[in-house]
Design a protein. Sequence first.
Length: 403
Amino acid sequence: MYQVMKLLNSKTKNNVLQSMVNILDKRREEIVAANKKDLDAFGKGDQAMYDRLVVNNAKVDDMMRSVKEVMAQEDPVGQVIEHRKLDTGLDITNKTAPFGTIMIIYESRPDVTIEAAVLAFKANNKIYLKGGKEANHSNKILEECWHEALAENNLEKDWIELLQMNRTETQDFLKNPPQHIDLVVPRGGEKLIAFVKEHSTGAVLVSGRGNNFLYVSKNADFDTARKVMLNAKIDKISGCNALDKVLVDKNLPDFEKRVKELYDMFTENEVHIQVDDDIAKILPNEEKIPSEDTWYEEFLAMRIVLGAIDGNDAAIDKINKYSGGHSAVIVTKDKEEAANFMEQVDSAAVYHNASTRFTDGGQMGVGAELAISTDKLHHRGPLGLKQLVTNKYYVLGEGHIRE
């Protein structure tokens, strides 16, 4: 079955969002209480996932802020991309249009139930939300809030639907959805992404995997390097934009001394260090990388790899081989070297002397984001409101036929 949701005007959509802001504020105590049930059941075995699961008053404020941001943004539907009138007399306009139906599959973070749905809804899409079982109570009450906001504005509840399914049921749903799904967005770790890609019959937009690298050039200001990498590592370990690997140029002045300074800095901040063979000669008591697979791994933990590298080109090659294509940094005083690195590294976001933690919709000026896409189709980087549309050609003729 192919269900097309009717096209809503901007005022109607914004009225729903204003209702949602009011309802989140009114029901915040219920939301926090529901989340406490999830937290109590989960425990703290996986600190990164636990951090993502938490919903407190500040997080409810963040949800409300996200909805307000989307309200303030221009409606992405019906915008003219290109217009031309041909010699034949045909008048052709290419405009933005809704995808239709978007399914978002995510782990742990209940705020995705707000942030993802508000973006997809304002872009006039029907939304299926499939959250993790660990956030079940939180997601249920947030779905109730959405349905209340829709009902207040005389819209059907099926614009936004939370799916209650186990792994097997989710697999069957992806293979044989009850209606056509135009886009599936998995937000989570590699296992979730692989599961969705294996079973989905619709287009999949990959999001959420980091494994980010920082390269300290021989031309680096080392104080800048220390400041940037520490922020990128410890500011939020559960973020997909957190730092995992540091490559230090062997030609950096006082190389051994600088490596020991990094050891001191990370140790003082309780970051577990793993080292490659070259760094092990300087830090013989540190754990060596278990295998090559470690270079491919996203940590989401207080853990970092320190490796040595011989120059910019070698760093670029290593990053392109092992990184998740999310974010990569060069720290250098040489602008030409930085430009070369940023052009050649194949990541969604490339940085010169700045933390990977800025790969975020709000930090990049995009506003609320559905995901950080590492795909090259249809969009790369923070996926905000403007990116949640496809396009459609409007062709006006006067009895034109092709001869």
